[in-house]
Design a protein around this ligand. Structure first.
Ligand code: AMP
Ligand code: GLY
Length: 415
């Protein structure tokens, strides 16, 4: 079978890498991919939002399965269009993508189906939001209702901070016109649970933990994620089982009930509170960078699992015993603005698994081409070993343009 992966980051590199290991696969293509991905796979120069061109190319090249990475493509209805043209796809419809794209939709769904999440209220005008803030006080969490690349969330420890966020979002429309969701502040370790879903069928993968803040010690601004590891020993199996039974399965069933059946990766961003696991957010896709450590953990054939799930057949995922831990190398300035096209050296010396998040090759020289640039994956019997292995790889890379966190895995190592 020929498989087309849609997207251009480290997540798509990891998906292509894992799918290529399948005995069922003839060739893996990535559209549009990046130069790093292009070293290993055939990249197709079509933008992930050009539905018509992707449909046409898939038909002409007899693609047997399309796997969609980025939310923007899902939100743009790519899965719907591929399905209309009879091309098998793993990725939700535009309607089902709402579970990620609209925080209000996700929160209302959880309320209706009694799925554990923070108490909340939604506002579109500043005065009523401010009134709610005065009632509830701080700490409180303020979220812009829409895709804001992980930057639309303010965890306000004081009322002043919360008020400022409300003003930014509702009076100054910093992310565009929209609503805000105000949420009860929850506490506990966070984890990401990726599941393969088709309708009511839910196949959990092993959990991972992301590191959302830019700097060591979980300081600095929120990013798309600066590193991840899997499994997460601080989260007991009983909590994971509870999250599958009481969160992921009921929400998949709820989407069927609502006439928006979900097909693809349903990602639970969860927090283990003192009252058990609760939902922070859902994503309608593989997480990035979680995917880059979760897929190496899978020992069995991911393509077979996806095909089984598409046919609503039972499928048993097997995992490696080892821990995988990965570090993101980002452009200095990220998540704010940053220059591109700056040199990266030493990549050829890295023995560890490397996924390219945003690189380009210019006249034989690797250069930066994005905010998150490279992902180096370490492997070990323990998390400490995996961490040492990952940083040994990271230290081979020389670039004045890049920074990374030195403490990926710290929550598991300190505990
Ligand atoms: P989100 O984009 O919804 O995943 O939020 C980004 C980050 O903000 C999460 O990973 C949490 O660390 C934090 N956060 C979001 N919602 C809450 C909440 N209700 N209580 C505490 N922290 C939260
Ligand atoms: N790593 C968080 C996300 O993919 O949204």
């Amino acid at each position: 079978m020929k498989v087309l992966v849609i997207g251009r980051g480290g997540r798509e590199h990891a998906i292509a890498w894992k799918i290529a290991q399948s005995a069922l696969v003839e060739q893996v293509f990535v559209a549009p991919g990046n130069d790093g991905i292009g070293q290993q796979f055939t990249t197709v120069p079509i933008d992930e939002k050009d539905n018509a061109a992707l449909v046409k190319w898939s038909k002409e090249n007899a693609i047997g399965l399309v796997i969609i990475g980025p939310e923007a493509a899902l939100q743009n209805g790519l899965a719907d269009e591929l399905t209309q043209h009879g091309i098998p796809v793993f990725g939700p419809t535009k309607a089902a993508t709402q579970i990620e794209a609209s925080k209000e939709f996700a929160k209302e769904l959880m309320k209706k189906y009694h799925i554990a999440t923070a108490e909340f209220a939604t506002f579109s005008d500043y005065d009523s939001a401010k009134k709610y803030l005065d009632e509830k006080g701080a700490p409180i969490v303020i979220k812009y209702d829409g895709l804001a690349a992980g930057k639309g969330v303010v965890v306000a420890m004081t009322k002043e901070e919360a008020d400022e966020a409300l003003k930014d979002m509702l009076l100054d429309a910093k992310f565009g016109e929209g609503k805000v969701v105000m949420e009860e502040y929850l506490e506990g370790p966070e984890f990401s649970l990726l599941t393969l879903v088709n309708g009511r069928q839910v196949v959990p993968l092993v959990i991972a933990q992301d590191h959302k803040r830019a700097f060591d010690g979980d300081k600095g601004p929120n990013t798309g994620g600066m590193g991840a590891y899997s499994p997460v020993p601080i989260i007991p199996q009983s909590a994971i089982d509870k999250a599958v039974e009481e969160i992921m399965k009921p929400v998949a069933a709820a989407m069927v009930e609502e006439g928006k059946p979900f097909c693809g990766v349903l990602y639970g961003g969860l927090m283990l509170t003192k009252d058990g696991p609760k939902v922070i957010e859902f994503n309608a896709r593989f997480g990035d960078p979680e995917t880059e450590v979760v897929l190496p953990k899978i020992k069995s054939d991911l393509l077979q699992h996806i095909l089984d799930v598409l046919n609503n057949k039972e499928t048993k995922v097997e995992f490696e015993e080892d821990t995988f831990l990965g570090v993101v190398l980002s452009s200095k300035g990220y998540p704010g603005s940053y220059p591109k096209g700056l040199p990266i050296n030493g990549l050829e010396k890295v023995k560890q698994l490397v996924f390219h998040m945003g690189t380009a090759l210019k006249d034989g020289q690797w250069v930066t081409a994005g905010g998150r640039v490279l992902f180096v994956v370490g492997r070990g019997r323990t998390i400490q070993e995996a961490q040492r292995d990952a940083y040994a790889g990271v230290h081979q890379i020389q670039s004045d343009a890049l920074f990374y966190r030195n403490d990926i895995g710290h929550q598991a190592i300190e505990n």
